[in-house]
Design a protein. Structure first.
Length: 115
């Protein structure tokens, strides 16, 4: 799983929660960093990304690009201040509003990847 979040504390909490649920988590602080990882090794089952991030690409744009280039990767989007319309999240992806409960994050990921 690839977790993309620019706020270090939020990234750490999400990563720890997913690791505790048994997932292997790769962390990225930006869309650009996430893409560099995917281009080197696209063995990722799920992209979990925040919408608002610094740099030239936000999380929705990242999700669209990932879906176009790696269609097998599932999508989970999060934000504390932006609620995208359903049709903006590619590939039947899901949205999880911040702040989220750890248990809710784990159950969303389980539902998406089929655990």
């Amino acid at each position: 799983m690839l977790l993309v979040e620019d706020e270090a504390l939020v990234r750490m909490v999400g990563s720890d929660a997913l690791a505790d649920a048994g997932y292997e988590v790769i962390e990225a602080a930006s869309a650009e960093e996430a893409l560099r990882f995917l281009e080197a090794s696209a063995e990722v089952e799920l992209l979990f990304t925040d919408i608002r991030m610094p740099g030239g690409m936000d999380g929705l744009e990242l999700a669209e690009l990932v879906h176009a280039r790696w269609p097998a990767i599932r999508i989970l989007i999060t934000s504390g201040d932006t609620w995208p319309p359903r049709d903006r999240i590619p590939d039947d992806g899901r949205f999880l509003a911040k702040p989220y409960q750890v248990e809710r994050l784990q159950s969303e990921v389980d539902a998406i990847v089929g655990n």
